[in-house]
Write a protein that binds this ligand. Structure first.
Ligand code: CA
Length: 231
C-alpha cells in the first residue's frame, strides 16, 4: 500500500530573491513540483495546508529563525524532510539545526548540483521512520491515524458524516460496501434517519470528491450498496 511519502512536492523558504529564483529554476528543470515562500509566517501556513515531501529552509528569515518551523513541519501526519540552507557554518548552529529535527544541512554558498543531489537523496528515503501510512485511492489519501484527507497536496475538509462515510469506503476501496452496513455505522441500528438520508450524504460526498478532482468515483451498486474506486 503506497504511503503519502510518495508525494514529491518541495517547499522553498528563502528570502533572498536572486537565490530563490535560481533554486526554483533548478527544481523546475529537474521537474520537482515546488512552491516558494520568503517568510516564516508564510512557511507556517504552507506546511499546515499542503503536504510536502521536503522543505528547503533558510534560517535567517525577515520574521525569525527558520528553525522555528521544524516542530510544526515535523508534527504533520506525514512529515517532510527538512534541509537547512544557511550562511551559518558554526558547528554549534549545525548541531542545533539537526537536534531540532532537520535531516540535512547545506552551507551557503553551495553549488546547485550539490543541492539537487541532496534533494534527490532526501526524496528517496522515507521522510520519517515509522511515519503513519496513508491509504491511497486514485489521487486521494486518507490517514487512518489522524483521519485527515488529502487530494494531491491539498487537505480536504469534510463534514462529520461525509468523513465517516468516506472512511468506511476508503478502507474497502474497490469492494462493494453494503448499504445496511453503512447505515448502521453512520446512524446506529436504532438511529432516527429518513429512508434517503444515506443517499443524500452519498451524493454530497460524490459532488465534493468531483469538485476536488480526487481521481475517484463513488459508484452506486443498485440494491446492494456503494463502492469507491480510482477513475
Ligand atoms: Ca536569509
Amino acid at each position: 500500500m503506497p504511503g503519502v511519502s510518495e508525494g514529491s512536492r518541495i517547499l522553498l523558504v528563502e528570502d533572498e530573491p536572486a537565490l530563490a529564483r535560481e533554486i526554483m529554476r533548478a527544481l523546475e528543470r529537474e521537474r520537482w513540483p515546488a512552491d516558494h515562500v520568503s517568510s516564516l509566517a508564510d512557511a507556517f501556513e504552507a506546511v499546515i495546508t499542503l503536504r510536502y515531501r521536503l522543505v528547503l529552509l533558510d534560517r535567517r528569515l525577515p520574521d525569525g529563525d527558520g528553525i522555528g518551523l521544524v516542530p510544526a513541519a515535523k508534527s504533520r501526519p506525514s512529515p517532510p524532510s527538512i534541509i537547512f540552507l544557511t550562511a551559518r557554518d558554526d558547528i554549534a548552529d549545525r548541531i542545533e539545526g539537526l537536534d531540532a529535527g532537520a535531516d540535512d544541512y547545506l552551507v551557503k554558498p553551495f553549488a546547485l548540483e550539490e543541492l539537487l543531489a541532496r534533494v534527490r537523496a532526501a526524496c528517496r528515503r522515507p521522510a520519517t521512520e515509522g511515519a503513519p501510512t496513508a491509504i491511497q485511492v486514485g489521487g486521494l489519501f486518507f490517514d487512518p491515524a489522524t483521519r485527515e484527507i488529502w487530494v494531491d497536496a491539498r487537505a480536504l475538509a469534510l463534514p462529520r458524516r461525509e468523513l465517516a462515510l468516506l472512511e468506511l469506503l476508503v478502507r474497502r476501496a474497490g469492494r462493494v460496501v453494503q448499504r445496511s452496513h453503512l447505515e448502521s455505522e453512520l446512524y446506529g441500528f436504532d438511529g432516527d434517519f429518513t429512508a434517503n438520508a444515506l443517499e443524500t450524504v452519498v451524493s454530497r460526498l460524490r459532488r465534493r470528491l468531483e469538485d476536488a478532482a480526487a481521481g475517484v468515483e463513488l459508484l452506486t451498486i443498485r440494491g446492494v450498496g456503494y463502492m469507491l474506486q480510482p477513475c
